[in-house]
Design a protein around this ligand. Structure first.
Ligand code: SAH
Length: 590
């Protein structure tokens, strides 16, 4: 619930009012409660005035009350109904426009079941009316959506056409660029070009991607009508769709040029301005020395269009060269879409310890890259049509290159791993290869030490250090130096990659170093397969570990060694927050 539009809540009964109060407490400042006796009128008022509606009413009663005022699903607020027994939160209206998410949100607060009936969610595929919406796609004409959606869901062959590769979520396997036009039951087309390819005999949905930037220059005082007409003519002549224009760009001295601003406003486009010196560095086909003398850059329209498009994309191409009217110039550039790389940590194992955002990224990706054992854990979560690229242990570099390469080719990629993707994992090798030409998003995951800590007690209550004992990529001298420093610094130490069949002397040696700085009874905890089915947690002492306890440790284990302040309390490993517990309200955040 991050959106800030008010949520109207209708409660006609005592129970409904109590539940409404719980929603209001959960979403402070966002809930407007409508408690009129006449629930129908209250519902219509909320529907007219709020960004979303939750009604503690029967679905039938809500449908009857709203029927006369229903408009368009793109503009109507989503409506969720909750039954009197508080068992179900039903997404009744606007499922793909916030209703399904609202039902989940309400269910989360009230502890009831969300009920989602939109077909594409039931079949776990992307909904056609919101396909690409997070990238800014607009549906050119909603008429063919229903029949194309039906063809897609019933498994009939659907042809996918796209001018460029956009980082889109997967479509089911029956939707493919390989479907020949003659056997397609429907067409999904992503294009900023207006020309229809030929007479369409099957339902064809056209998506307008936000791929174009119009660059504009004008003389002081040029009328909005003239500027607008020039822009429209430029787009029209090049066969480009105005719905694909993401912005109008110009030089900073025109930032207050009313004709330009109004032409953009009339068309619903934001305006971006660039310094003349910045534009002077953009290579253009039609520079002008007269323009340079006047504004300090040899090109305004072409350079601004290219500059803005390159900024938002992985590069840009001029698709309509400079065109002039008496007082204005216009040009159009197309950006090359940036692919998307999500670095996703799945947590230690148990699915309910993976962040909902991590699972959402698995749905969002059309390509998922990872170690085969992690991919097996999440295969059931992947949408039909997702391409899975599995690799074995030890192929980290190849895995990182594959993920970055797929993103660079324009795909939405999730590179997955256990725990956190940035902790002894794939995020750093991937970012070593990734350029500015792809978007990168990271989803934090619960790392092994943190998961293990909760099985052991509270060992991380004060300063601690993570040290990997794997000397495959780090010389032992460096590892040893860090263990010594952690020992001297009196840190609690978390050892990752502690011991394998061929690497069995490093852990005993590290424990010896720590033992020189802390007492034999120092608590040590180790957890094997934390948060997995065969989890095993042991709390023991430094002395016992040195006398053979290390034998129980393998590569599925993380080992935590206490500081000199750590204690065992009722069998639990506890590191106190300080040697003396002082009240320091201005320093301590509990
Ligand atoms: N990115 C992972 C760490 C990968 S390094 C994370 O953030 O957790 C691999 C090492 O992590 C293993 O050798 C082991 O020491 C530790 N590890 C990972 N998952 C574990 C788990 N579920 N239980 C115990 N140790 C684990």
């Amino acid at each position: 619930m991050t959106d800030s539009a008010p949520i109207g809540v209708i409660a006609a009964t005592e129970r409904g009012r109590t539940a409404a109060a719980r929603l209001a407490a959960a979403w402070p400042g966002r809930v407007r409660t409508f408690t009129e006796d006449r629930a129908g009128e209250a519902l219509r008022a909320a529907f007219a005035e709020c960004g979303a509606v939750v009604a503690f009413l029967a679905v039938g009663a809500a449908v009857r009350a709203l029927a006369p005022v229903l408009g368009d699903k793109h503009t109507d607020p989503p409506v969720v109904c909750v039954d009197e027994a508080l068992q179900h939160a039903v997404a009744v209206l606007g499922g793909h426009h916030g209703g399904n998410d609202l039902a989940s949100g309400v269910a989360g607060v009230l502890g009831c079941q969300p009920v989602v009936t939109t077909a594409s969610d039931a079949a776990s595929t992307a909904a056609l009316d919101s396909y690409g919406a997070d990238l800014g796609f607009a549906v050119a004409d909603p008429a063919p959506l229903a029949s194309a959606g039906a063809a897609l869901l019933s498994g009939r062959p659907v042809r996918v056409e796209s001018d460029q590769a956009w980082p889109l979520p997967p479509l089911p396997p029956n939707a493919s660029p390989q479907t020949p036009p003659e056997s397609a039951a429907a067409v999904l087309r992503v294009t900023d070009r207006t020309a229809p390819p030929c007479a369409e005999t099957v339902p064809a949905v056209t998506y307008r991607p936000p791929s174009l930037v119009v660059g504009v220059g004008s003389a002081r005082g040029a009328a909005a009508e003239e500027v607008g007409a020039l822009i429209d003519a430029s787009l029209d002549e090049a066969g480009l769709a105005p719905a694909s224009v993401r912005a109008l760009a110009t030089v900073d001295v025109k930032a207050d040029e009313e004709g330009i601003l109004r032409a953009a406003r009339d068309r619903g486009w934001p305006v971006r301005v660039f310094a003349a010196a910045d534009l002077a560095g953009v290579e253009v086909p039609n520079p002008s020395e007269a323009v340079r003398a006047e504004v300090g850059t040899p090109s305004v329209a072409e350079a601004a269009a290219l500059r803005a498009a390159a900024d938002d994309g992985a590069g840009a191409d001029l698709v309509a060269a400079k065109r002039k009217s008496a007082n204005a110039t216009a040009a159009v550039a197309r950006l090359r879409p940036r692919g998307r790389l999500a670095l996703v940590g799945l947590g230690p194992g148990a699915r309910d310890l993976a962040a909902p955002r991590a699972l959402a990224e698995l749905h969002r990706a059309s390509v998922v890259v990872g170690l085969d054992q992690y991919l097996d854990q999440v295969r059931d979560l992947l949408r039909p049509g997702t391409r899975v690229l599995a690799s074995g242990l030890g192929q980290e570099e190849e895995r990182a290159r594959t993920a970055v390469g797929e993103a660079r080719a324009g795909a939405a990629v999730a590179l997955i791993g256990s725990g956190d993707a940035g902790v002894y994992a794939m995020a750093s090798p991937a970012l070593d290869f990734a350029g500015a030409d792809i978007d990168v998003v990271g989803v934090p995951g619960i790392t092994a030490a943190v998961a293990a800590a909760h099985r052991l007690g509270a060992p991380l209550g004060h300063d601690h250090a993570y040290i990997s004992l794997s000397d495959l990529h780090t010389p032992w001298e460096a590892i040893e130096r860090r263990v010594r420093a952690a020992a001297e610094g009196d840190f609690t130490v978390c050892f990752y990659n502690p011991r394998s069949r061929r690497r069995d002397w490093q852990l005993p040696e590290a424990l010896d170093i720590l033992a020189r700085h802390r007492p034999p009874q120092t608590p040590v905890g180790h957890v094997r397969n934390a948060a997995r089915d065969d989890e095993r947690a042991v709390v023991t002492t430094l002395q016992a570990m040195r006398e053979g306890g290390a034998e129980d440790v393998d590569m599925y284990t993380v080992v935590l060694v206490g500081s000199s302040a750590s204690r065992t309390v009722a069998g639990r490993f506890v590191t106190p927050r300080g040697y003396t517990w002082r009240s320091a309200a201005d320093e301590t955040v509990p």
